[in-house]
Design a binder for this molecule. Structure first.
Ligand code: HEC
Ligand code: HEC
Ligand code: HEC
Ligand code: HEC
Ligand code: HEC
Length: 293
């Protein structure tokens, strides 16, 4: 009789410690999310989105020429829209005053001419502008007007997140052979593939509630730094830099792998605990039956 009581007590104690372990292990990932949200609310230049913009209102209205009327719609699909970069951030002017919005006194600069586009975009994308100006493309634009400008490759109102898919036949063969475009795409490929894999894995972890904000930030910085490189269109420079980027990315890959391993361990451990509870439950019910009998 006494020994059965003792057994029940021991089991209860196990149950209690197991519960404490579960309480400690399971919610550990919740606070990552908060940190991440704080970090990512302050994007580099993103200003505050105006609830009302005279630019958008008038430019979407029926008074606009059909071609121009499409512009606000295009812009709404862009990465700039998602980052609160609005009409007046690029074109200047005053979005709060319909009557004066396009006046030069309010800083309106109008639509840039072909050769003015790099400076127009480069007031925010400073590092890229500087690489571009030193490149074969930038020099060709400056000296003979024959180089591509930012809009040639990115568009103007429907600009999306950039990647190496921007480099393709029809776009790059307007002025020279695709051979020249292909060698630089090959030079970018390895690093881009690694960065993409890391981005995908961080997304998978996030879906599981684990947010690695330090790693997110490192990836964001590394991508930005690497992607300005293309704008030199200097194949040997890209090749020389590949080792440096490989080091940073390998480190990230290792941290992510460790997190996946930890997650797998936690999962197996919770599965083990659930199983343990079931077994304990069964044993207890058998014991209590035995006890009553
Ligand atoms: C009340 C209506 C109205 C408002 C408000 C307005 N626009 Fe316009 N905008 C127009 C019309 C109409 C045109 C086309 C006719 C023309 O070329 O003058 C135009 C033309 C433009 C152009 C092309 C000009 C060029 O140099 O070719 C740009 C860029 C532009 N608007 C940007 C803006 C921005 C930015 C704002 C807000 C700060 C704004 N607009 C506010 C009506 C408006
Ligand atoms: C990322 C910067 C950027 C933003 C944001 C932007 N534009 Fe533009 N816009 C340009 C550039 C560059 C050009 C000139 C090249 C071109 O015609 O595509 C241009 C040209 C224009 C033109 C002249 C088009 C033509 O065919 O003559 C109009 C009108 C205009 N923008 C209106 C707007 C309005 C309205 C918004 C907000 C809904 C807006 N833009 C947001 C960069 C921008
Ligand atoms: C007022 C500042 C500003 C201007 C002007 C501007 N941008 Fe941007 N751009 C941003 C911000 C903010 C982002 C979002 C943060 C990021 O992704 O780097 C962005 C993002 C981008 C991206 C995607 C970057 C990525 O992460 O893949 C491209 C491409 C781009 N801009 C091209 C242009 C081009 C081309 C022009 C000129 C037509 C231009 N931008 C003008 C502020 C600006
Ligand atoms: C509007 C014309 C134009 C377009 C479009 C264009 N290029 Fe070029 N590209 C040039 C000119 C001009 C040069 C410099 C003169 C030369 O070396 O032929 C050049 C040179 C280059 C070079 C060699 C640079 C060097 O320093 O040796 C590479 C690489 C290159 N382009 C890649 C590309 C890629 C990739 C694309 C497509 C995303 C592209 N180009 C689209 C005009 C263009
Ligand atoms: C010849 C085509 C071409 C021209 C011209 C060009 N870009 Fe790019 N841009 C690209 C390609 C390709 C990438 C992606 C590179 C990669 O994935 O490594 C890119 C990437 C970017 C990015 C993303 C960087 C990030 O943080 O992820 C921005 C922003 C950008 N370009 C802005 C500009 C601006 C501003 C100009 C003009 C000064 C410009 N580009 C001119 C082809 C071009």
């Amino acid at each position: 009789m006494g020994s059965i009581n003792n057994l029940g007590g021991v089991l209860l104690r196990y149950l209690f410690s197991a519960l404490i372990i579960v309480a400690l292990v399971l919610p550990a990932s919740a606070d990552y999310k908060e940190i991440f949200e704080k970090e990512f609310l302050n994007q580099p230049w993103g200003g505050e989105m105006l609830a009302e913009s005279a630019c958008i209102e008038c430019h979407s209205s029926e008074t606009m020429d059909a071609d121009l009327q499409k512009i606000p719609q295009e812009w709404k699909t862009s990465w700039h829209f998602q980052n609160n970069v609005s009409c007046h951030d690029c074109h200047g002017g005053d979005p709060s005053d319909a009557g004066m919005s396009m006046s030069h006194q309010r800083g309106f600069t109008g639509s840039p001419k072909y050769a003015e586009v790099p400076d127009f975009c480069g007031k925010c994308h400073i590092g890229i502008l500087s690489n571009y100006l030193q490149s074969g493309h930038g020099k060709a634009l400056l000296f003979s007007g024959t180089g591509p400008n930012c809009v040639t490759c990115h568009g103007s109102h429907n600009i999306q997140k950039a990647n190496i898919d921007i480099i393709y036949g029809r776009r790059c063969t307007q002025c020279h052979s695709y051979e020249r475009a292909k060698v630089i795409k090959q030079a970018l490929f390895l690093t881009e593939t690694k960065m993409q894999a890391i981005e995908d894995n961080l997304r998978k972890l996030k879906a599981d509630g684990v947010i690695l904000s330090e790693e997110e930030k490192t990836l964001f910085r590394t991508q930005a730094e690497f992607r300005t490189l293309f704008h030199t269109v200097d194949v040997s420079l890209v090749n020389e830099s590949t080792d440096k980027f490989a080091k940073i990315l390998t480190q990230l890959e290792e941290e992510i792998k460790a997190t996946f391993d930890e997650l797998r361990f936690r999962r197996n451990f919770s599965a083990f605990l659930s199983l343990l509870f079931i077994v304990i439950g069964v044993v207890l019910s058998i014991l209590s039956k035995t006890y009553k009998d």
